[in-house]
Design a protein around this ligand. Sequence first.
Ligand SMILES: [Cu+2]
Length: 386
Amino acid sequence: MASRPHPAAGYHRPVETDSGAFFKVAAMLLGFAVAVVGFIALMMWADARDARNSAPSADAGAPAATENRATDHNTALPLNSFAGVVPENAQALAEAHKAYDASLPAAAAGDLVKVQMTLKDMTVEVAPGVKYSTWSFDGHGAPGPIVHVREGQTVEMTLTNGGAIPHSIDFHAARIAPNVAFKDVMPGESFTFRFKASDPGVYMYHCGTKPVLAHIANGMYGAIVVTPTTKPLPKADKEYVLVASEWYLNGDGIKEPASLEMNKARAMLPDWTTFNGYANQYVTHPLTAKPGETVRFWVVAAGPTLDTDFHVVGTIFDRAWPNANVSGEPQHGVQTVLVPAGGGGVFDVKIDEPGLYPFVSHAFAHVDLGQVGLLKVGNPKGTMSH
Ligand SMILES: [Cu+2]
């Protein structure tokens, strides 16, 4: 094994010896340096501690401020989870719930499409019997209304702030100076801006007021579909819009409405994840298609933070436009496609065999938390076992 020394061994050996001595000295110096740095750090820590301890006496009138500083970014576990906590009559409540209409509305005619939304603080249900105090676009809850325009149309957006604090609207479909168009609108005021919908696809819109995490987590998001006209898509028989999002609750929301638990939002520990704002709503109220029809899903992941791995159980996407890049060529025969937070995707399925086909985020914690629905093809017998 060691029969033949490496040709360079004779050359390297003395160098190694020298470097060994060098490293010994270097290690000693380094050890000394670490000790000095450690000592300095200790002194700085002691100074900081003294400063903190003397702070209450310095601004005795505002002890709350000191407290807030200490807890501002505290995402320490455990955070109380209300995932899956529903009242006993949850099934009856789920059946009574009016599902968000996922059907893509017709695009408006003409060159100019006027869109008006009035922001409103309102209580919605995010799961059966689970109430949440949202800041909502247009008083419909979350997500906001589906906006549908054709490529080349100009959108005139008028935002009226009927809420209690400043809000704004950021359209991902727009190429526009955000400091001008997406500016904060004060309570009671309105603001109008225009943009040309030149880039087809499905895009998120959302409130962009700081902290954006809180405004999106509180329900301020929706989808705009820009149907391509330069290079039209293949015909679809049914078109549905799904906005995926997650909810972070400070209570179970059953006796009284929950509101945002910011620490959970920062820690990315949702209580519920949903399509169109309500857990499992299309399990109880499935989307429908006839056998052999082409169904198109326009999907947006609103987050505020988590992605959606879109998949339809029991079939394969005949066409998928990742990132909603409908100007490009679709992928064929793919199973699961990432829809990133703040992004979109367009998916065609053509299912011949009647049945119940779940659509999910295949990151399965999402399914457990409510991001699952059914596509009911034809009139199948029986119910979904999972
Ligand atoms: Cu807002």
